[in-house]
Design a protein around this ligand. Structure first.
Ligand code: ADE
Length: 416
């Protein structure tokens, strides 16, 4: 049995069933796995992985192992680990896993350190906790790292700050910004799964509700689109004028958050920023309003200010806390303000993570191939990898496309 800290190994059978179900919807990753098993490009590589511990992640881990890697895994969020999957990874796949759903911050941090203690060659992050902690720690955990990959916008923001400060010590491939990732992950993944989390937690009917989406990046666009498709009236709040303009031109009402505060039935923050909804907004909200966060960190809703306004806080359903305010209004906070699609649902569907994790596996291979040959920087995913993943996904969907003729290629390359 590998070193592990998981909730309950007896859940392994249920976890294996869930992993197998996801596998059926991850055909691109399956093809990568088949090649990895034949070629073993990750032989003798120690891989540290800090991702949400889900059935989809388990399929990535199995692919990395097929490639010859030794993998240690911790969770990218204290509330997102699927305990049955963690158990299956330990007992059926022999993976070192440090993750329990609902772990406190001390346990979360201990788990990140435990994974770094394996002195990895390659890191795979979702939020940059592994690489940020390795840089903070220094020593062997940093010296052995030949490169890392990053799954989220938030993680890339942190890593680019490290780079700008001249402190980044290894190359990082920005998986989050690959074209195939852009096509599926934030927009279709978060778009569907954030609403899935809200509906699972609250069982609310979206039709006829006013949904306020705070942040109109890729994920915000996906959420707004899905909410509108479900029959909700959508208001968008955004600080970037160009994105606000895009939202207006897409037909949404766009306004300041203070104005939207009195209009919304459901509020969803997805900005990557801090204290987006705070006391001044809570003061204006309607009785029964629902508050959810779909951003990576649980800092977008100011929960201290919410608690300070409340005369009573009580759980009214699993993952729903009711904050009763002095004037009798009740605000309902979902999943403690943590990323709602993973805390209250299962994250992005496997068909989305198929692309993300095929990219992750191929980028890990690329970092090993380039070992020592690239300077420390945040780098784009090579176009060749992006195109390969896009082709494989299209083929898996049964979609055939045309090829440019020589005449068309020449025409498009000519400046005349
Ligand atoms: N991030 C978003 N959805 C995910 C999933 N299903 N598995 C792992 N990471 C995710």
């Amino acid at each position: 049995m590998p070193s592990h800290e998981v909730a309950d190994l007896s859940l392994a059978e249920a976890g294996s069933a869930r992993i197998a179900w996801a596998e059926g919807q991850m055909p691109v990753l399956a093809q990568v796995r088949e090649r990895f098993a034949a070629e073993r490009p990750l032989r003798d590589i120690r891989l540290a992985v800090c991702l949400h511990v889900t059935a989809e992640t388990a399929n990535l881990v199995a692919t990395l192992i097929a490639g010859g890697a030794q993998v240690a895994l911790c969770s990218a969020n204290p509330l997102s680990a699927q305990d049955d999957v963690a158990a299956a990874l330990v007992s059926a796949h022999g993976v070192e896993v440090h993750a329990t759903r609902g772990e406190d911050i001390a346990a979360y941090t201990r788990h990140v350190h435990a994974v770094l203690d394996t002195n990895p060659h390659v890191t795979i992050d979702d939020g940059a906790d592994l690489l940020a902690t390795a840089h903070e720690r220094g020593g062997p955990a940093l010296e052995t790292i030949i490169g890392g990959t990053e799954e989220t916008t938030t993680g890339l923001v942190r890593l680019r700050r490290l780079e700008a400060a001249g402190k980044l010590r290894c190359p990082v491939l920005a998986v989050n910004e690959a074209r195939t990732e852009r096509a599926l992950n934030d927009r279709h993944g978060t778009g569907q799964s954030a609403l899935d989390g809200i509906v699972r937690a609250s069982n609310v009917l979206l039709a006829g509700q006013t949904v306020v989406v705070l942040g109109y990046g890729w994920a915000g666009q996906g959420i707004a689109e899905r909410a509108r498709g479900a029959g909700a009236a959508v208001i968008v709040c955004e600080v970037d004028p160009l994105r606000a303009l895009e939202a207006r031109m897409a037909g949404y009402e766009v306004m300041r958050a203070l104005e939207a505060a009195g209009r919304g039935d459901i509020f969803i923050t997805v900005t990557g920023s801090v204290r987006v909804l705070r006391a001044a907004h809570f003061e204006r909200m309607k009785d029964g309003a629902i508050l959810a966060n779909a951003g990576h960190f649980d800092v977008e809703l100011d929960l201290d200010e919410l608690a300070a306004q409340a005369t009573d806080i009580r759980p009214v359903r699993p993952l729903v806390d009711q904050y009763e305010l002095a004037d009798g209004r009740r605000l309902h906070l979902l999943a403690q303000g943590r990323v709602v699609n993973l805390a209250a649902a299962e994250g992005h569907p496997a068909a989305v993570m198929d692309v993300s994790f095929a990219l992750q596996a191929l980028c890990a291979e690329e970092l090993v191939r380039l070992r020592g040959a690239v300077a420390p920087a945040v780098l784009p995913v090579p176009n060749r990898i992006d195109v390969e993943v896009g082709r494989l996904k299209l083929a898996a969907l049964g979609v055939a496309i045309d090829e440019q003729s020589d005449e068309q290629r020449e025409y498009r390359q000519s400046w005349m």
